[in-house]
Design a protein around this ligand. Structure first.
Ligand code: NDP
Length: 454
């Protein structure tokens, strides 16, 4: 894939970048390796200062980043601004809490004094996607750098200007040079980067296919990997749910970012007693979401990130119809220049159809009917993915029991699945492994070292 910005609202190529040669990549990795020698010995206080200054720059440049995201992947500027501000909060979060999360632990073992310490390891490679171009990068960079590691970013090839603007923010902040670098490389160079001695691990957010390739390359090189892959989150509506609130939240979750989110509600599993009333409400909510120009400050839903992604989702919709699904809303490509796809609802598709097992990465809600709560649980767990999920019921005790049965890394009861810095974020099954955010995230790329005084 060429490294280039293409405006999905118009289809026009905005800027093309030449991919770095392997010599350029090696030179950048060597510079980052040199920086690691100082950065690993910096105090937590200094690292926190650097993170706070980065947070300040992200806030100052919120409009610039929002504009670049609208330009390169069609995110409405209003959502882009919220994303950048959220990224700033994760810097503040680790500046505030990172040191406590990595404090040396003291314990007595068999009469000996022992310590467990968390020390930095080297350079972490971040292979990142285009759907949240700022948040995803800062979410992994903040804890990784606070732990004393350095980082190189291989961003998705369709968001190079976002990638360079992130690097620029690091350069202009208090961070020393070469603690964080953007590599302008395609997927083909990732394996070589992993062979570099200074690179100690990789975290990837993206598709299952990319995850398998990069995890394999990491394994061959005995480098640690953290994988945040796709999801097909169940949104379970029980008979006693607050249908209005569930429908409003479900529509937002499904259509936010034009449906291109790993933790979006994707499979709506609805108790038979409220099946039709819920669909009526969901349809009203999704209909009210207006698509439009991402540069317009009032737009809630922009185009999809590329024409290819729109083709992919439309193909899934067509195959869903072939599998018995009925279109209740949308499903037609609008006549406009951009890669727009409307909010769409498909109901009554066979749960066993192959296509219903796929991740729908666009604003398409699949609605399935469950005979009872147990069947709803079985359907929720009958998926190769296990990222997030939500349960909607007014009986909190029952809801909590069911939430515990959902096979996923993150479950909300009567709420929209979202990532929050204090909570671990990540999946099970084909949604990946390892955790980001929280104490668990900052401890992914450290040497958990035991020291024992005999
Ligand atoms: P990819 O998974 O292909 O891209 C994500 C990142 O991985 C990009 O930086 C990409 O680089 C890189 N990459 C892809 N393949 C390889 C490889 N073989 N070796 C090394 N790096 C690789 O996402 P797509 O853009 O193709 O999106 C397709 C699907 O991925 C979506 O429909 C969705 O299902 C899923 N996805 C999930 C995301 C999530 O948040 N979980 C985010 C984005 C996508 P490059 O851009 O240069 O190819």
């Amino acid at each position: 894939m060429a490294i280039q910005s293409t405006n999905p609202s118009t289809g026009k190529v905005v800027k093309i970048f030449e991919e770095w040669s392997s010599a350029q990549t090696s030179a950048a990795l060597s510079s980052v390796a040199v920086s690691f020698n100082d950065w690993r010995n910096s105090s937590f206080l200094r690292r926190a200062e650097c993170l706070r200054s980065l947070a300040g720059l992200l806030r100052d440049r919120v409009d610039k980043f929002a504009h670049l995201m609208a330009l390169e992947m069609g995110k409405p500027v209003k959502s882009g601004r919220a994303e950048v501000l959220k990224a700033a909060t994760v810097c503040d979060f680790y500046a505030e809490n990172g040191q406590d999360m990595l404090l040396s632990e003291s314990l007595t073992v068999d009469g000996m004094q022992a310590y467990v310490e968390y020390s930095p390891l080297g350079t972490v490679l971040a292979v990142m996607p285009w759907n949240y171009p700022v948040w995803q990068v800062i979410r992994i960079a903040a804890p990784t750098l606070m732990a004393g590691n350095t980082m190189v970013l291989k961003h998705a090839s369709n968001v190079p200007q976002c990638a360079l603007a992130i690097e620029e923010a690091f350069t202009d902040s208090l961070f020393p040079d070469d603690v964080f670098r953007t590599l302008l490389i395609g997927a083909g160079q990732v394996e070589d980067v992993l062979k570099h001695d200074s690179v100690i691990g990789v975290c990837l957010t993206g598709s299952e296919a990319a995850g398998r390739c990069v995890a394999k390359a990491a394994g061959v090189n005995l480098k640690k990997s953290v994988m945040e892959l796709g999801g097909s989150d169940a949104f379970i509506v029980l008979a006693d749910a607050d249908l209005s609130k569930a429908a409003e939240t479900g529509a937002q979750s499904r259509c936010s970012n034009a449906g291109q989110a790993c933790i979006a509600a994707k499979r709506f599993i609805v108790h038979k007693d409220v099946y039709e009333p819920f669909i009526i409400k969901l349809k009203a909510e999704m209909e009210s979401i207006k698509m439009g120009d991402p540069f317009d400050s009032e737009t809630v839903m922009g185009p999809m990130a590329s024409f290819q992604f729109r083709e992919d989702i439309h193909d899934q919709v067509q195959r869903s119809i072939s599998a018995g699904g009925k279109i209740r809303l949308g499903g037609l490509i609008p006549e406009s220049d951009g890669a727009y796809y409307p909010p769409t609802i498909i109901q009554d598709m066979s749960f066993d159809a192959d296509v219903s097992r796929e991740e729908f990465f666009g604003p398409v809600a699949l609605v399935f009917r469950a005979e009872d709560d147990d069947q709803a649980m079985e359907m929720a767990n009958d998926s190769c993915f296990g990222l997030g999920g939500s349960v909607w019921t007014q009986d909190e005790e029952k809801g909590l029991k069911l939430a515990r049965r959902i096979e996923a890394g993150l479950v909300y009861l009567n709420g929209r699945v979202s990532s929050r810095p204090p909570l671990p974020f990540g999946g099970i099954k084909n949604s990946g492994y390892g955790r980001e955010l929280s104490t668990y995230g900052i401890r992914e790329f450290v040497n958990v070292k035991s020291i024992c005084i005999g």
